[in-house]
Every structure is written in C-alpha cells, then in structure tokens.
Design a binder for this molecule. Structure first.
Ligand SMILES: [Cu+2]
Length: 429
C-alpha cells in the first residue's frame, strides 16, 4: 500500500507536485475526495478571511483545477469497480490509469486449466476500444501472462520470450518486440485479474494473443478477429486443436454421447465421440448409422445459444456415409423399425431397436482407420444380409461372407457379429 503524501493542506505546492509525479493515481478515491475537500475548504477559508474573493480565486483556481483534472480520468470511472479490485489480490492498479476515456467494450478472457485461454478467440471492429479483463482461473495455480500480437507473429514472439532465459522472470517473460501490441507487463498470479485497455488497430486481420511464460506459448494462444469473419470453431486453424476441442460438444472427452440436430440426418440424431478419434452419427428415427468422421467432434454452439433449430457443425467431412438401413433377414421383414433406447457399455452406447419381429443391439467402436459395427440379433431365424454402402470403402466381417453388395451372416452367427468398414486403400488419410 502506498502511503499518503505529506499533509496536503500545509503547502499547496506539495500537493501539486505530488499529483504531477503521479502519486494521486496510486491511492483510492476516498482518500482523494478527503484531500480535495481539504483543499477546497482551505480555499474558501482564505477567500473569506484573508484576502478578497477574486484575488484568492486567481491564485488558487489553477491548483484546484489541476486536482480535478488529475482525478477525472481514473477515479470516478474505476471506483465503481472497487469491490472487485479488492477481491482480486493481484490486480494491477497501474493498468487502470490507462483505461481509455471513451466507453470501452469489456471483453473477458480467462486463463483456464490445461494451458488455454477461454474463449480461445474474440471478435472486434477495427479501431474499437476494448477493456480486456484477463482473469487467471487456472485450477493448477500457474501464473500466466497475456500479450496481443500483430498478425502472423505469435511464433516469433514466443521464441523471443524463450530467448529471454532467466532474465525473463524480471519482465514477466514478455519480450520487447514490435509485434507485441499490448501486454500485461508481468505474470498474473492465480486467482487474480488484470484489466488491459486496448485500442484495436485500424487494419483488419487475425491478431494473436498468447501467454509467453516458458513452455506455455505453443499451446496457450488464441485469435483476435478484426474485421475478418470467424470460421466455425471446429474448423479454425488459428487456435490450438486442444483448445478448439474444449469448445466442442463434450469438451474433448471420449467416449461422449450427445443428442443434437446434425447435418444429413433425421431430427433424432445422436452423435458419439468414440475413443480413438472417430465419431459417428446414429439416427434414432431410422435406427441406422448415418456417417462417420474422423478427428474432433462437433460444434454445438449455435444450437446451445438458443437457436434450437440450428445444426451442430461437424469438425470434418464424413469419410463414410451410409445410404440406407443395412439389415435384411431371410424369412423376416425388418423394414419397420422402432428405437428402444441405448445402454452405455464403458461409455459407448449400445443402441437398441426393434426391426420387424426382432430386437437388434448395435454399437460402434473405432478400428484402425475405420470403425467396427457390432451387432447382436439374439432371435435371428434366417441368414442376415448386411448391405454394404457403395463408395470408396473396404468391408470385412469375420463371421460373414462378402458376396456382391452384401455380407451374408448365417443365422447361427447373427446373435453376435461384426462388420468392419474402412476407407478403401489410398482414400482419406
Ligand atoms: Cu501461461
């Protein structure tokens, strides 16, 4: 805590010099109001007792005006945030003095667990005034810093930060580099925040933000979109993949099941993120798999933001698309289907439905480049035919025989069998 200056009423020059040195900016507004009232009362007393009113005003007005001007830019605007400032132990009071006089848009960014910024990207207009409130909520209690970087320069700045070596600790691991447009100027301790005023440059582009604490920069960065449209989160290559996945349904967890409207499916679609980076869409309306895609899951942001009719956005195009209900059985009609629910087996859903007179249990697991479709038809009474989708796929069934466009599974083996589908060799990656 900075001490108050010497008794201000004894000599107005002390007060004025102290304010000029910036001392006034480091104490709270209550103390300032006390100081101000002392000065004003001194003025008034002199005014009536000592000399004539006009003479005193001529002599003291410049000092009073200077005091008022010193307080105006920070005191009254920041005072409303005083309770927060007390909660946050490490908030840098000095940052507040730089808050733009114009009304800045407040943007909140958290330093979150797993070395990431949340949100991983923000949008701003060219020339816009922002007040970026950066809060360290990392449950692993690590300090982080925050730098805003000119387009395309994040890696350079991260490298410069590493080259600071041991000296880096003195400057919060923040290198001096022309591409650093703004920074916290120090690390932000756990459970603390920092308010960074930032005027967005007039040039449109994708600016970066990054933490340059050694070892953090390769993972802990985000993108500031200025006058440039944001791509869907799941397809944004300007943010780390792990951070992007955190923003997707399931937050990167696998296995994970999510009911959602998905493209090219009926309204009863269920997305499943499988262990091993495969994802499937099961359509509970028609009781069949619709497609599979590799990599991150899907972005349900638009759906969750209240536009309930929006579709989830797949993070990648499907490598396999199924065109019809695939099961037929000798002597039975399986075309009428009814979804009965699903059970989770180690987190992976086993869908349960009725097809004609038979109950079918179906789950999918990742297998090599493709997936294994596991089927159980306990009451199978005739040869089961699984219709292969035409396309660049490779089909195999250990229990069945591939004949033409079908895999034939004898009734005795249909109580439990698997069909593997993979991209044909040379297709996909
Ligand atoms: Cu960090």
């Amino acid at each position: 805590m900075i001490a108050l200056p010497p008794e201000p009423s004894t000599d107005r020059r002390v007060v004025v010099n102290w304010i000029r040195r910036g001392g006034a900016r480091r104490v709270d507004v209550t103390k300032f109001l006390a100081l101000l009232s002392t000065c004003l009362s001194e003025c008034l007393t002199l005014c009536f007792v000592e000399i004539g009113y006009l003479r005193v005003m001529a002599r003291y007005f410049p000092s009073v005006a200077l005091i008022l001007l010193s307080i105006a830019p920070f005191g009254f605007t920041q005072d409303s945030k005083a309770p927060n400032a007390q909660i946050a132990k490490g908030a840098d009071a000095k940052s507040k003095q730089l808050a733009p006089a114009t009304k800045a848009r407040v943007v909140k960014i958290a330093m979150a667990d797993g070395m990431r910024f949340d949100p991983p990207r923000i949008e701003a207009k060219p020339g816009e005034s922002l007040l970026i409130r950066i809060e360290n909520l990392d449950a692993s209690h690590q300090p982080h810093n925050f730098l805003i970087i000119a387009p395309g320069q994040v890696e350079t700045v991260v490298r410069e930060g590493l080259e600071l070596g041991e000296k880096g600790a003195l400057s919060g691991f923040i290198p001096r580099h022309p591409a650093v447009l703004a920074s916290t100027r120090k690390v932000i301790d756990p459970e603390s925040f920092f308010e960074l005023p930032f005027t967005v440059p007039p040039e449109s582009g994708i600016y970066g933000y990054v933490c340059t604490v050694p070892g953090h920069g390769l993972l802990m960065y985000g993108a500031l979109y200025v006058g440039v449209p944001m791509p869907p989160l799941s397809k944004d290559s300007n943010i780390p993949q792990i951070t992007m996945e955190k923003g997707l349904a399931g937050g990167g967890r696998r296995p994970f099941v999510q009911r959602m409207f998905l493209p090219n499916s009926g309204p009863a679609a269920i997305g499943v993120a499988l262990p091993g980076a495969q994802n499937i869409c099961f359509d509970a309306g028609s009781c069949r798999l619709r497609y599979a895609w590799r990599g991150p899951f899907f972005d349900g942001t638009k759906y969750w933001q209240g536009k309930g009719s929006e579709l989830g956005e797949l993070a990648a195009d499907p490598w396999w698309v199924s065109s019809e209900f695939p099961l037929k059985m000798e002597g039975s009609d399986l075309t009428r289907v009814k979804f009965l629910g699903y059970n989770l087996l180690d987190g992976i859903p086993e869908f349960h439905y009725r097809a004609g007179e038979h109950e079918v249990f179906q789950s999918v697991v990742a297998a090599g480049d493709g997936v294994e479709i596991r089927l159980r038809i306990p009451t199978a009474s005739g040869t089961v035919a699984y219709q292969k989708d035409s396309g660049p796929y490779k089909w195999v069934s250990p229990q069945g025989k591939s004949i033409g466009e079908q895999i034939l599974v004898p009734a005795a083996a249909a109580a439990r069998f698997s069909v593997f589908v993979q991209p044909a060799p040379g297709v996909g990656n």
